[in-house]
Design a protein around this ligand. Structure first.
Ligand code: IMP
Ligand code: MG
Length: 174
């Protein structure tokens, strides 16, 4: 099946919004160190760009959870593929995700990481598809709310491809 990618959010729009989020986070966490927790692989492009826009002290760690196979629908099963290297105790944790879709991955992760006694735990996502939510997840920082379409780019993949696109696009099957 042939497919193509239609631009939904341009590189300029995404960069501008990440800059705004970085400024807001720097203000909200003033006087603290924010510990960014990246959910691999999708969150990595966003986290790097966001971290560069934060002006207060930042530390980072990475984890990998998987709820998708190669299809475009959530399986509902969350698997921790790689855990964090460092403890979260007494840190101000900000989970950085590419997208909140059904919310299953994040509600699981927030609960799991929250049990590690961080000073605080918040969630920052580049994209949110609120229409698709099946579990209650509080999103503290959102880049963009988008319609229920399958998107790629800026870390998001379709069958592991397109992560490197510098913009957000919608996959169209022709
Ligand atoms: P959730 O558990 O359904 O919220 O799914 C979260 C994960 O599914 C995200 O971190 C993505 O890896 C993946 N995902 C959800 N929607 C999309 C999409 O439109 N494009 C690419 N990946 C997606
Ligand atoms: Mg992901």
């Amino acid at each position: 099946m042939a497919e193509s990618v239609r631009v939904l959010l341009t590189e300029e729009e995404v960069d501008k919004r990440i800059k705004e989020l970085g400024e807001k986070i720097s203000k909200d966490y003033q006087g603290e160190t924010v510990h960014l927790v990246c959910v691999l692989k999708g969150g990595v492009f966003f986290m790097c760009e966001l971290a560069k826009r934060i002006t207060i002290p930042v530390t980072m760690d990475f984890m990998s959870a998987s709820s998708y196979g190669s299809s475009t629908k959530s399986s509902g099963v969350v698997k921790i593929v790689k855990d964090l290297d460092e403890p979260l105790k007494d840190r101000h944790v900000l989970i950085v995700e590419d997208i909140v879709d059904s919310g299953r991955t994040l509600s699981y992760l927030i609960k799991m990481l929250g049990d590690r006694e961080p000073a605080s735990i918040k969630l920052c996502t580049l994209l949110d598809k609120p229409e698709r939510r099946v579990t209650d997840v509080k999103v503290d920082y959102t880049g963009f709310e988008i319609p229920d379409e399958f998107v790629v780019g800026y870390g998001l993949d379709y069958d592991q491809r397109y992560r490197n696109l510098p913009y957000i696009g919608v996959v169209e099957f022709n």
